[in-house]
Design a protein around this ligand. Structure first.
Ligand code: 13P
Ligand code: SF4
Length: 347
């Protein structure tokens, strides 16, 4: 569950304090809710009303009752919020907050990929554009992929896009017949097996936990694999006191808050740095968060015909994970294979 707590960390300067005060004031004035992903700067995570992994943020965005959703995350996340809750104004502090996975799958190439494999059902990771969502059958997140694949009849082959590492991970776990798009997260791709091994030798009592976007070699040596929220739950519940964490470094702030007596070390990348940071996530700053609220923009706009086509595959994810057997049956019953591209013209 995404927790919902008050602002708790101390601003580091008068400027930060003034920005925090203004953000809180604007939040009231415009009747806004701030959603933040765990890879955002610590102060942004702390100021947010709702934090979560991609699955939880989608689910919670759909339920927001306030007039404005301020999304401290990357573009595909804010776009998903708009698709699910179109009556709200959705703001993103910086429209350049992209994602290497979304960029790896342009809609016109994805459309060709689908057309080449019409007998395959397309399960697509939420880290993609609205256009690619609209061309998919079911959207998934790192926390829901395995459960969704297990509910699809075993004889149906799967196209999994765009993350080849998450795809290979769930293919191994489920034994499904899956064709993988060859996209990668440039952050998770960079962890160094050798440097992780050196840390494990320094702290033999530590557990190594990893996000499934990491490469297979890193995942094979991990003690636990899961989405950001699953990793957070794990460090809270495990009796282990020391962890090496192979995901974006922003999550360490949340781990230290949720498991204060424990020690967390960022798994190092192969570029000499001490930790891995997602530059896309970090283009959002506290100042840009304030400015986007003051200016009511940049705003996420999704054309209505595209929104409607992208909506159903996202809803199917929510229904397949939250619904009973009948809901799953209904969802699968409405997916027609072989795939027929009903979108007119080119994307
Ligand atoms: P989750 O928070 O869903 O695990 O996703 C990680 C990620 O890379 C988001 O871009
Ligand atoms: Fe995309 Fe990777 Fe950044 Fe997540 S961490 S937003 S998957 S580039």
């Amino acid at each position: 569950m995404p927790e919902q707590t008050a602002y708790t960390s101390a601003p580091q300067s008068m400027d930060e304090l003034a920005l925090v005060r203004e953000i809180l004031r604007l939040k009231e004035e415009m009747n806004a809710v701030i959603l933040a992903h765990y890879y955002q700067d610590s102060i942004i995570q702390d100021i947010a009303d709702i934090r979560g992994d991609s699955y939880e943020l989608s689910r919670r965005a759909r339920e927001v009752d306030a007039d404005v959703i301020v999304f401290a995350g990357v573009h595909f996340m804010a776009e998903t919020a708009k698709i699910l809750n179109p009556g709200k104004t959705v703001l993103l502090p910086d429209l350049n907050a992209g994602c290497s996975l979304a960029e790896s799958a342009p809609a016109h190439l994805f459309r060709r990929f689908r057309a080449m494999h019409p007998d395959h059902l397309a399960v697509t990771y939420i880290n993609c554009t609205a256009e690619v969502k609209a061309l998919s059958d079911i959207i998934c997140t790192s926390s829901s992929a395995e459960a969704i694949l297990e509910k699809i009849p075993a004889d149906i082959p799967i196209l999994f896009s765009p993350d080849k590492n998450l795809g290979a991970y769930v293919r191994n776990k489920t034994g499904r017949q899956m064709l993988l798009w060859q996209g990668v997260c440039t952050v998770h791709e960079q962890f160094s097996e050798q440097r992780i091994q050196e840390l494990r030798e320094t702290w033999p009592d530590a557990e190594m936990i990893a996000h499934p976007e990491c490469e297979g070699a890193v995942l094979r040596s991990a003690d636990f694999i899961g989405s950001t929220s699953a990793m957070l739950r794990y460090v809270e519940e495990s009796p282990t006191r020391r962890f090496i964490v192979a995901t974006e470094a922003g999550i360490l702030h949340q781990m230290r808050k949720r498991a204060p007596g424990k020690e967390f070390h960022a798994a190092p990348p192969n570029n000499g740095c001490a930790c891995n940071v997602c530059d896309y996530m970090k283009v959002n700053t506290l100042e840009k968060l304030y400015l986007c609220m003051r200016d009511r923009g940049p705003e996420i706009i999704v054309p209505e015909d595209l929104r409607l086509r992208a909506l159903r595959p996202i809803e199917r994810m929510l229904e397949m994970t939250q619904g009973d057997k009948e809901a799953v049956h209904r969802v699968l019953g409405e997916i027609a294979l072989p795939y027929h591209d009903s979108v007119e013209g080119s994307i």
